[in-house]
Design a protein around this ligand. Structure first.
Ligand SMILES: Cc1ncc(COP(=O)(O)O)c(C=O)c1O
Length: 375
């Protein structure tokens, strides 16, 4: 009885009533099932659907993980602190300005929770990496979706104009997923200086290392002076540690303190081996340099194919490319999957596909297979 009563009360609060919980789309579960088992050809699929780094983990990260096993019986507090110190030193901030989580997805959820908890709205471009907004919509906030410009860039003017007295947070993913577009630092900084005085702004920099100039393009230089600016980063992309689950936020000490209070896993969600892998990867500059160079090579293979075959695409500042469906027959995601090459499309973005950049060999296989599907 008690359970039934609580459930009714819960529904009455409106937390769930009127909001639809996101359901895993067929492509999502199919992708996830297909990823780690041999496909129709009997071979393991080429995974170009989740913007992973095909070269990771680096040899140094692997060694570090093996060494970390000795501490697998201990809570990760000490190793989290060590990684925090290493990040704080690298970024030139205090240790109290770093929050480490099990992947940056955890930070996005945390942001969605903190800023969506009291309703209001979150201003963000559309399409973008939507997890923060989806999470906050579940608990009652509204995503004010600001369409991208026709070139698929964030419309910062329109985003600024959309801010009202109900806006709890502005979300900027730079470079953006799924478009791969990047707005120069100076422009986003000017936007943050204008709107960040009164409104919190979260900048998701998951792909910043792939931009020309790399982390120099980060807006983390704003976080020490303005508690409203928070930056999110990840070890999943250029460091090749997506499966190890390590992300971090950089912010003002006051903001990080609030975020820590909301952490659901008491700030010990990252594992000891992950922390060791992250520390080793941060020092492995040749690995990240190689990743960026190979990604540029891989992108060029796709660009050349697109130019040759008149497939429109958006020049990318990331490790993936968004391209138009028009020149292909049928559903390219399905056809490619039948050839054991996984790419992605979005139900709310018909007419576009996203391909992640794998090894140059992967990209040759992708373009050869895609070339057979041209109309
Ligand atoms: C823009 C962006 N932010 C955050 C994430 C989450 O990454 P992770 O949780 O692996 O750090 C992703 C993953 O693809 C992403 O594309």
């Amino acid at each position: 009885m008690a359970i039934a009563f609580n459930r009714r009360e819960w529904l009455k609060t409106g937390l769930l009533a009127g909001t639809s919980l996101p359901v895993l789309q067929p492509w999502q579960w199919l992708d996830h099932l297909r990823e780690s088992v041999p496909g129709p050809s009997g071979k393991m699929p080429i995974r170009l659907n989740s913007n992973e780094n095909p070269f990771g983990p680096s040899a140094k990260a692997r060694e570090a993980v093996m060494a970390a096993l000795d501490e697998g019986n201990r809570y990760p507090r000490a190793s989290i602190t060590k990684l925090k110190e290493a990040i704080a030193q690298k970024e030139g901030v205090g240790i109290d300005q770093v929050l480490i989580t099990a992947g940056s997805t955890e930070i996005l959820g945390l942001m969605g929770l903190i800023y969506g908890l009291k309703g209001g709205n979150i201003v963000a471009g559309d399409p973008t990496f939507d997890y923060l907004m989806i999470y906050s919509e579940i608990i009652g906030a509204h995503w004010k979706r600001i369409p991208l410009t026709k070139d698929k860039y964030f419309d910062l003017d329109a985003m600024g104009k959309a801010v009202d007295d109900q806006t709890r947070l502005i979300f900027i993913c730079n470079p953006n997923n799924p478009t791969g577009t990047y707005i120069p630092k100076a422009e986003v900084q000017a936007f943050c200086e204008r709107y960040g005085a009164n409104t919190p702004i979260f900048i998701d920099e998951a792909y910043i290392e792939f931009t020309d100039g790399g982390v120099q393009n980060s807006l983390m230089n704003l976080v020490s002076d303005n508690p409203n600016i928070i930056v999110g980063r990840t070890f999943s992309k250029v460091y090749g540690l997506a499966g190890m689950r390590i992300g971090y936020a950089l912010g003002h000490p006051d903001t990080i303190r609030v975020m820590q209070q909301f952490c659901m896993g008491r700030m010990i969600t990252p594992s000891v081996p992950s922390m060791f892998a992250a520390m080793a990867s941060m020092e492995d500059i040749p690995f990240t340099t190689m990743t960026v160079e190979k990604t540029i090579q891989g992108k060029q293979i796709v660009y050349d194919f697109c130019s040759r075959e008149q497939v429109s695409y958006i020049p990318s500042h990331t490790n993936f490319i968004w391209f138009e469906a028009q020149r292909f027959r049928g559903d390219l995601v399905k056809t490619m999957a039948s050839k054991d090459i996984l790419i992605r499309s979005y139900t709310d973005q018909p007419g576009w596909y996203r391909v992640s950049i794998g090894t140059p060999e992967d990209m040759h296989q992708f373009t050869a297979a895609a070339g057979l599907e041209l109309v």
